[in-house]
Design a protein around this ligand. Sequence first.
Ligand code: GDP
Ligand code: MG
Length: 722
Amino acid sequence: MSVRIALAGNPNSGKTTLFNALTGSNQFVGNWPGVTVEKKEGRLKGHKEVTIVDLPGIYSLSPYTLEEVVARRFLLEEKPDVILNIVDGTNLERNLYLSTQLLELGIPVVLAVNMLDLLEKSGDQVHIGKLKEKLGCEAVEISALKGNGVMKAAEKALSLAREKKAAPKPCPFQSRVEESLLRVQEELKGMVPEEQKRYFAIKLLERDEQIQKLLPRAVDAGGEIARLEEDMDDDTESIITNERYQYISSIMQDCCRKAARKDTLTLSDKIDKIVTNRILALPIFAVIMFLVYYVSVTTVGDWLTGWTNDTLFGEWIVPGVSSGLAAIHCADWLTSLVADGIVAGVGAVLGFVPQMLVLFLFLAVLESCGYMARVAFIMDRIFRKFGLSGKSFIPMLIGSGCGVPGIMASRTIESDRDRKMTIMTTTFVPCGAKLPIIALIAGAFFGNAGWVAWSAYFVGIAAIVCSGIILKKTRMFAGDPAPFVMELPAYHLPTPGNVLRSMWERGWSFIKKAGTVILLSSIVLWFLQGFGWVDGRFGMLEAEQLENSILAYIGNGIAWMFAPLGWTQGGEGWKMAVAAVTGLIAKENVVTTFGILFGYAEVAEDGAEIWTRLSAVMTGAAAYGFLVFNLLCAPCFAAMGAIKREMNNAKWFWFAIGYQCGLAYLVSLCIYQLGTWVTTGAFGPGTVIAILVVLGFFYLLLRPAREGSRRPAGMKMAAGGR
Ligand code: GDP
Ligand code: MG
């Protein structure tokens, strides 16, 4: 008989550790259907017929985060055979809040009290026998990290499933609440399975609109809610939350014994006193990130990337491929396709992989030891002000090196809305590949002034902040920022296995998926750039004949769109358009393309030679607008691939790309039109449009926020715990 065990628990309770211990390498990672929440499934070691489904880490079964919705849909609709509920034994009271809800689903539950090793060290005690008796479900003590009791927990779950044990009895509420529940359950007759009635009734009382959607027809609990609220002088959600905590604290008294401590501060608390200190937090963080960057980007990573590019590709693969192709007398175009198109294009991207792996390794260490949770906590104070969560900071920071790992780092953001917003805005931060564009424009138009680079970062950050504020006011992203209840877990020594696994999962998905996007785009670009019409005949072009390429035709076709941005001086606007398009493939291409188009291919690297030429075809305002356009518009193909993968939804992907391009266009329009007005006094229809755009922008920025969704009462209390 095949059995499905659902693994449920709070974030940081040790779920991943337990999951890895139970499944070994028999696991598959994907996404839940239709959403970007990570889905992990695996087979229990030594039991091929047993599947373990790792649910997202959640604090409750309410509808406030996508994770909660995913988890409860799975539990209600797919009805796993048994729930293995992992709770952090050092934080039992908080963790049991979810357990009281899991017990209501009509599914057998095994409670796995984790962190046994820490409990033993601290001298605190959890009476497993009493806990079992009080909760009326199976319970075992485990240490997921050390592997103690792990298999026993799984086997308990397995035998419950096999024996088809009845579900546990849910936690009782006071009689007035029970009365209301009974009446709502009466209404639900025949609509939901008997064993799920209580859960549905509770959710209906809590005004959970999402739960209505799971019912065959609408149930109006309004009258019952009104009476209960009247009688108990509180809102139903708080009433029920309160009942749960009352019940939990009555259990805690009997089941837990705290060791007497001389010093109530644990080591973790002491570290936190320094690390999250209001004044020291930011400098400490800056130093740590500097070190991480220094090692992964500047030293070790750079060395590895250099080796990959110069030795692996430069000395082995490229010459090997070339001589191999020459040996078999391959046609010129095929040699060019393989060597200049595929190997060069894909190689340039794969060259980033070693650097990224080193970076991911550090991030995995920082994440699993618990430091990232602190960073998010520190940054949250600032980021909340414009509607993002503190966790968005890490992706943006990484994005200043390269947008691809930056976008991928957004995985650690649990709230779906915040994650989508972060994915959309992370690439506004100038990445390494945009620096040559900045240098070129600064050199050609502004006498190499330092403010150009500085202002580019400022524009990027301003775009993030303003997007945050504006998007939060739209219906799509409306609602209070998810209450920040991430508890600060005790610091842990990370295990090499988990760290390496996490590094590899991220790295491999980059190699696999971004690799395919890059492969395709390299081929397409190679073709568009390398082929065209010379004297009426279609064929392969020499490097200097780029003006004849298909790409140039495309550029000419779209140049009119950029006329309002001032890219048309001297009839050479198409070159700017082509540069912007090749920039979509890789931002480095912008400078290279300029070099080729303006006839200085060989000196394109430092740009100095094309300064004079460039400054003859664009005004300063247009050039700065061009720079900003390239900073804000859709990123390179690799990053777009990452966006597509992380959004996991075509509609959202196009929305993100459209938003970025639209914003880039409008901002550079305003820069050009208003800049021209200020510098030359020329006033035209374009100026009027730009002024209207600016006014519209301020309206969107300053209009009152929409009414936020109700704040989850349970989470409020959970957050107050610390
Ligand atoms: P998740 O968020 O629920 O997936 O939690 P993780 O599995 O990532 O665990 C969070 C942290 O707790 C990690 O640093 C683990 O190494 C650590 N951890 C998990 N189980 C135990 C345990 O039994 N004992 C100790 N000391 N640490 C543990
Ligand atoms: Mg985890």
